[in-house]
Design a protein around this ligand. Structure first.
Ligand code: ZN
Length: 304
């Protein structure tokens, strides 16, 4: 008899404890609005994992494995945003055979929502780029290329606004100076404008006029240079309205986002995801519902 009541007490206690832990979890979940930002850059036509040839990257990456990781994250999280910072073209024979169509089709399948363009997107010229981007089900953004009188007119937009639950997210793009990187004939009438000016103008518009709660700069400028060349660090330091820079071009592997103080002393995050689809960048931003004060958690996931 005595033994049984002890068992009962144990059951009741564990029930109380389980309920308490569960409620705590619920409270934390209810308290914040969580946006999960996933991103890649410089995937460079790496449709398959890196070959098993004894090299450092052997067996890593591959669109199928990335798709699985993304699918699992989407199952577990309500508000997921999938972005790419450019240079999905060029690097394997898939690009030479299919001219970029396969890369765009797979990005459609994976459910990318916004991408910018890198210098290698121009590798088969403007007409090909416009033709392939025309098949994209995602938005393609760039705010510092003048594209009037080019085939990209109407396809490339300076920015887009995406709503995730109650949060309005503005995403705009920045591209690198292509002269010296891309043959003249492929650049055509595309004009390179100062990315710092374009960034500040677009971000201010998104925050103040469009009332975005969060502004993301999708950049293909590169992380950092020894000289004054525009880079993600230069953009972040000179900005006032950007919350996060998702970058590419320099194939930088970061363990966690870099934190930079902007022109008015507010923190901006910069994250990169290596190259070749080896890494899927992940940043979870938690918003306090009333004040929209935010904090973040990050994990750059190795696709292996
Ligand atoms: Zn590049």
């Amino acid at each position: 008899m005595r033994k049984r009541s002890l068992i009962n007490l144990g059951v009741i206690l564990s029930l109380i404890l389980t309920t308490a832990v569960y409620s705590l979890g619920q409270t934390v979940q209810d308290k914040y609005i969580k946006i999960t930002i996933l991103h890649t850059n410089d995937t460079h036509s790496r449709i398959e994992p890196f070959p098993m040839d004894g090299s450092r990257n052997q067996g890593l990456g591959g669109v199928a494995k990335r798709a699985e990781v993304i699918r699992n994250i989407r199952e577990e999280n309500e508000h997921v945003l999938l972005l790419d910072a450019g240079d999905y073209f060029q690097g394997t024979p898939y690009f030479n055979f299919y001219s970029g169509e396969l890369e765009i089709m797979l990005m459609n399948e994976l459910g990318y929502e916004v991408a910018t363009i890198g210098n290698h997107e121009f590798d088969l010229g403007l007409d090909n780029l416009a033709r392939q981007l025309g098949k994209a089900k995602f938005q393609i953004v760039n705010a510092n290329y003048g594209i009037e009188d080019t085939p990209l007119e109407g396809i490339l937009k300076p920015y887009t606004i995406i709503r995730k639950g109650p949060i309005r997210i503005g995403v705009f793009g920045l591209g690198v100076e292509m002269r010296g990187l891309v043959p003249e004939k492929f650049i055509g009438n595309t004009i390179y404008n100062d990315p710092v000016l374009a960034a500040n103008e677009t971000a201010a518009y998104l925050k103040n006029e469009e009332k975005c709660d969060y502004v993301i700069c999708l950049s293909h400028l590169g992380l950092e240079y020894d000289d004054a060349t525009a880079s993600d660090l230069v953009i972040a330091k000179n900005s006032q309205n950007i919350d996060l820079v998702i970058g590419g071009h320099t194939h930088s592997f970061l363990n966690e986002p870099i934190r930079v103080m902007n022109a008015i002393g507010k923190e901006v995050l910069i994250n990169h995801a290596g190259w070749g689809g080896i890494i899927l960048g992940r940043i979870d931003v938690f918003f306090e519902p009333k004040t929209l004060n935010k904090w973040f958690k990050s994990e750059n996931i190795k696709i292996d």
